[in-house]
Structure formats: C-alpha cells, structure tokens
Design a protein around this ligand. Structure first.
Ligand code: NAP
Length: 526
C-alpha cells in the first residue's frame, strides 16, 4: 500500500480484515495524505464533513462528531489520526519513506517494491493510494532561487510562518489561494495576489453544526450514505423542480438564489446538465459572475476577477470572504494577463513591464501534477519490463481509473479516468478498495494468481472517458483535469464525468459476470 491518506488507511484496514498481510509506505511522517501536507492557513475541506468521512464503520460514525459544516485541516487530520489509532493501522506503515520502484516479475507473478529506506518487499499486489493531487507543480519563474525572502508552497506548508508585518505575494488563484488569501491578508502587512486566470468561487457559508443536527445525522447515517451513493456526485442535494430551458427567468432566478444561499461546491448541481448544456451553463455562469462582481467595489478589479470561460470548466472553488479582500487597501491583485512575471530577484518579483513588487514571502499555490504525477514519479515496470512512463507517453491508458493493461495485480485508487475528483472522494476510495479486496478474494477462491484488464477494455474505457468529457464544458478551459498545467503532459480528460451511478454500474457488472474485462491468470498457465 503506497500512501496513508484516506484511501491507504481504509485499504490497510479492509485487507487486514480479509486476512491479508499488508505493508504500507508513506512519505509523510504521519498519516493523513493531503491533510498531512496541506496545512496552509485556512485549509479546510470544501465538501461537507458529514459526507467527507468514512462510511465503513457505523461505530466510527457514531463516536466521531464533526464540529463544522466544512471541517478545517486540523480537524480532518485529527479524525484520520483517530481512525489510525482506533483500527491500529499505524504499525502497517513505514513513515518518512517513499517508494522508489515497483517491478513485476513475469515468472513468479509477484511485485518487488523498493523504498528509499532500503526496504524491499516482495508482494502479490500493489495498491497506489497516492492521491490525485499530491505532486506539486512549481512555476518556472526565472531567478526564484535567488529570492532572499522565504518561498513556501501551500501544498507542503508544514510549519507555522509568522506573516505579521511581512509583504507577501501569492502566485496562483485556485482553491488553495482562495482559502488562504483572506487569512494571509489579515496577518500580512500587504498581500499581492498574482492571478493568471480568474476563478469561479462560491461562498461556503460555513457554520458550526448544532447538537440537534448532529443527533439527527447520527440517527440516520446509513440511510444518508445510501441516498448520497445514489446521486451523481456522492452528496445529497435538493434538485430543481423545473427545466431551466423552459422555465421563466423569474423561476430560474429564484432557484439560483436558493442554490447560492445553500452555498458551496453544490452550485455545480444547480441544474443536472449544467456542465453538459452550453445554454444552461451560461445561465448559471452569468448568475455567478454577477454575484462575484457584487462582492468587489472597484469596477476594474471586478473585471479582472470575472472568469471568461464556461462555468465549472475549472474545478469550482469554495470560499469565505475571498473576493472581499480586494476591497482592502493592503491587498493588490496583479493581473498576469496584463503583465506576466518576468523573473524573481533577491527582493521580490519583477513583471514583464519592468515594474517590481518587493516581497518578504512568496507563496506558491500553483497546483499539482494531477492524477498521474505520483504514479509517474515511481520507477514502475509491468509485464516484460515495460515502464509506466513508456505506457503513458501518449495517454494515461487505464481501465475504470483503477487498473492498467500490462500491469497485473496493480491498482490505483482514484486514478486517472476514475470518478474520484468529480465525486465525493471518500466513498469513491472506499468503493475502489472494496472492489480490489473482493477481486483478491475472488482470485484466491478460484485458484488464480493475477488480474489485469484486457487491452480492448482499456481502449474502450479511455475512449468512453473522453467521449463523455467531449460532451461537457470541461475541455473548454486550461485545467489540471485536462493535464494542461504540466508542460508536455498529454491533453486528455483525466476523470470520469458520467456520474456515480453510471460509473459504479461498471464495477457491479464486472463482479456479477466474473470480471469479463479482465484477464485472470493461474500461475501454472504461464
Ligand atoms: P490549482 O487549482 O491548479 O490552481 C493553481 C493556480 O496556479 C491557478 O490559478 C494557475 O493558473 C496558477 N498558476 C500555475 N502556474 C502558474 C504560473 N507559472 N504563473 C502564474 N500562475 C500560475 O491548484 P490548487 O489551488 O492547489 O487546487 C488544486 C485542486 O486541489 C483543487 O482544484 C481542488 O480539487 C483541490 N483542493 C481542494 C481543496 C478543498 O477545499 N477540498 C482545497 C485546495 C485544493 P491557471 O489557472 O492559469 O493555470
């Protein structure tokens, strides 16, 4: 098991419960994955806590009480530490340890996994629970290493930094910036936000849960989980009672106001076809743009902060008081579309028009080599010594976002082509782990040794993932969903946009029909 985040922890628990022996590796010094590393000020989950949590143990659901609608990073990390202790998961892992290679041996049908602590493990199965957003991408700013102040990434901001009296620049305006900038603005002497592309962001309207609410949730958890499972995104939400294309403008406005008041990421579910129908997309997009503009006093700054691409084509952000920071004297928006960054020097950042911005701290909130980065970072060799880098040189071919042809007994939790990043990540990870555990049990009970998808199934899945995405607005913006933020990465959609029920149906069918899209091998048949 590679990774001790949500997926890796549950994986160790489930596999051990099934009687398997598991060795885990985690590059952090503790459990938590994303929630271990991303400790920037203001980090919190933008999916509601009662959904963004494990469903596998009713006891756990009953004993843990979430304090807020959207939990902070420390609260989520405390939850994962609690889970690790409660299910005694820590001892399976080597911490501060990265896996450097995993090589499949055709003869014995086993993997040899090597870690940077010198440990070598021979195993039958390799599970990459390495997270879809875990490999940071640094901007190529010439001279950044010359900068005399401090450079910190939001994605590994481990120690608290006192920003009092400091001139801070933050590069990038995705979720990590949008969550951290309001807190940084309160602390710093002056904040410059370097924006390349404006973002759609919806207010979180975060609040504490009250006791009655928690009691109601706890009394109905199993039902709530089931109902959530049956939705497109893994979260229960109120749906529109009208078709936006035939409704009156008043009806639409009233409904969008209601979804706005509900707040958060669920604005993406304001209408079921919002990412698939350009007209509906534009209606919702225009509504949100007006809301954004209303939060900013200066017309020119409001123009600069208004997105110009389809609504939700880039991953929606969820904020608390983000746009309002631009009404402060001590916050400046630097629109990089006017003047890009030329370079950094010892004192700060110099723009292409030669203007310079003096800084004490540069925060990089510039995103991740999403979905494939962590896997490509390992020397991974499948049948015949083929490397994953060779295999994925033109496209991250895979089946169901979970398996790769030529890489037997190799699984990726929420890998490229999976629903993960377009669904509630936690039940999606639980479902992948359960499928893997069931597949292993199937192999063992049928005297089989290995499982890998057929080339045909893989081609069909990759085509299907892109075909669904082509019908949506997703390819119409430069995004990490499309691999655009990493130089040289093939441009293709890296998630499944067809919704939970359609996605999970594929897994149900595989199990019911004896894994028809997979090759199952006996040791003797080789
Ligand atoms: P991101 O959304 O990829 O944003 C990166 C930002 O950096 C973008 O604004 C990008 O601009 C900018 N950028 C990249 N290279 C640059 C350069 N060379 N010069 C200037 N700007 C540059 O990254 P993120 O904010 O870390 O979020 C990534 C994902 O993590 C999110 O979409 C979300 O799925 C997840 N996340 C979730 C939460 C949560 O609450 N659950 C919080 C944080 C993150 P362009 O847009 O022009 O490329």
């Amino acid at each position: 098991m590679v990774g001790a985040g949500f997926a890796g922890l549950y994986g160790v628990h489930r596999f051990r419960t099934d009687g398997l022996s598991v060795r885990g590796f985690e590059r952090g010094s503790g459990v938590g994955g994303t929630w271990f590393w991303n400790r920037y000020p203001g980090a919190r989950c933008d999916i509601e806590s009662i959904y963004y949590s494990y469903s596998f143990s009713e006891e756990l659901q009953q004993e843990w009480t979430w304090t807020h609608r959207y939990a902070t990073q420390p609260e989520i990390l405390a939850y994962l530490n609690h889970v690790a202790d409660r299910f005694d998961l820590r001892k399976a892992f080597a911490f501060d340890t990265s896996v450097t290679s995993a090589v499949f041996d055709d003869e014995s049908q086993t993997w040899t996994v090597t870690a940077d602590n010198g440990e070598i493990v021979r195993c039958r199965f390799v599970v990459m629970a390495t997270g879809p957003l875990s490999t940071p991408v640094d901007p190529q700013i010439p001279g950044l290493t010359e900068f005399g102040g401090q450079v910190v990434r939001t994605s590994d901001w481990l120690d608290e930094i006192d920003l009092t009296g400091k001139r801070v620049g933050i590069v990038g305006t995705g979720s990590s910036c949008i969550q951290s900038a309001p807190i940084i603005a309160d602390e710093a002497e002056h904040l410059h936000v370097f924006q390349r592309t404006p973002q759609f962001s919806i207010p979180a309207w975060n609040r504490p849960y009250d006791e009655d609410e928690i009691a109601r949730i706890k009394a109905g958890y199993p039902r709530m989980r089931q109902d959530a499972w049956d939705t497109v995104g893994g979260i229960i939400y109120e749906q529109a009672d009208h078709d936006p294309l035939t409704a009156t403008p008043e009806q639409r406005q009233a409904w969008l106001e209601r979804t706005w008041a509900r707040g958060g990421y669920l604005m993406i579910a304001s209408y079921p076809n919002v990412v698939f129908n350009d007209e509906v997309n534009s209606m919702v997009g225009e509504f949100v743009k007006e809301k954004i503009r209303a939060r900013i006093h200066d017309e020119r700054v409001a123009d600069q902060l208004t997105p110009t691409y389809p609504f939700a084509a880039k991953r929606l952000c969820v904020d608390t008081d983000y746009f309002e920071i631009y009404n402060r004297e001590d916050v400046t928006l630097v629109d990089l579309r006017e003047h890009g960054i030329s370079h950094a020097d010892t004192g700060g950042i110099v723009l292409k028009d030669s203007s310079r911005i003096d800084l004490d701290v540069i925060v990089l909130a510039t995103g991740f080599h999403a979905l494939t980065g962590a896997i490509l970072g390992i020397d991974l060799r499948g049948r015949g010594g083929v490397t994953i880098q060779e295999k994925w040189s033109g496209s991250a071919a895979n089946h169901l976002g979970l398996t790769v042809a030529g890489f037997p007994n190799f699984f990726m939790v929420s890998g490229p082509g999976s629903i993960g990043v377009l669904y509630n990540m936690i039940p999606a990870a639980e479902q992948h782990i359960d499928f893997i555990a069931d597949a292993i049990a199937y192999l063992d009970s049928h005297g089989l040794t290995s499982i890998e998808p057929t080339e045909e199934a893989e081609k069909a899945w990759s085509a299907h993932v892109n075909e669904v995405a082509e019908q949506s607005v997703y390819p119409k913006a430069n995004t990490w969903y499309m691999g655009d933020n990493v130089p040289g990465k093939p441009r293709e959609f890296l998630a499944y946009a067809g919704g939970g029920p359609a996605y999970f149906e594929h897994f149900t069918k595989e199990q019911a029909e004896g894994y028809p899209s997979f090759v199952l091998r006996e040791r003797s048949s080789r």
